[in-house]
Design a protein around this ligand. Structure first.
Ligand code: GRF
Length: 191
């Protein structure tokens, strides 16, 4: 059987993208075809290259273009797109070309603390300010509205009385690294 072709989009550190690349490297059902970044200097660009993954650098203008990403993914015969800290809005043309085939991870229990402007530390700051007793991650399909596509899975962590943004971030990150790649694999293979 032909492997399922994956593209990963990432803009920053890329700890999740790296975890996914390493996980799929030993899974013959999958092939990570390329990593796309809108930031040439992002740490993930160097990491992906060192792991032997092709890297595509694009501009923010390319991301906004109605056909650039569709043409790129269709030309490379991509089956699924994984967003791992990709900080630009995905154009509706790509969502329409890949319905329920674009998967994102969000560092909160959606629908709480999602939507425009809710990313990175802003999420954990809001969780802390609301004195939440738990937080977690949501792995979900991408739809036209920010953070509102169908949820595939959520994983939770308990929060104590002395949490800081950094402790929440660290706990959430561990959860992401533990669950993102296996959840993607399960979801795709069980379809
Ligand atoms: C993660 O917290 C993820 O939930 C969010 O962006 C962050 C990316 O972190 N979508 P990293 O670049 O993978 O370390």
């Amino acid at each position: 059987m032909k492997p399922i072709k994956i593209a990963i989009f990432a803009s920053g550190e890329g700890s999740n993208a790296e975890t996914i690349i390493r996980y799929f490297a030993s899974k013959p059902d999958f092939e990570v075809v390329f990593l796309l970044s809108n930031k040439e200097t992002a740490p993930i660009v160097r990491k992906a290259k060192s792991l032997g993954i092709s890297v595509v650098i694009c501009s923010n203008k390319d991301v906004e273009d109605i056909s650039f990403l569709v043409d790129l993914c269709k030309t490379k015969e991509i089956d699924y797109i994984i967003l791992a800290g990709f900080l630009r809005k995905i154009p509706n043309t790509l969502i329409a070309a890949y319905p329920e085939k674009i998967i994102n991870i969000h560092p909160s229990l959606l629908p709480k603390y999602g939507g425009e402007g809710m990313y990175g530390k802003f999420v954990h700051e809001a969780v802390l300010a609301a004195k939440e007793k738990e937080s977690g991650i949501s792995i979900h399909y991408v739809s036209e509205e920010f953070d509102s596509g169908r949820i595939i899975a959520q994983y939770r962590i308990a929060l104590g009385d002395n949490e800081t943004v950094e402790t929440i971030q660290e706990k959430v990150r561990q959860l992401e690294h533990q669950h993102f790649a296996p959840t993607i694999a399960r979801e795709i293979l069980n379809m």
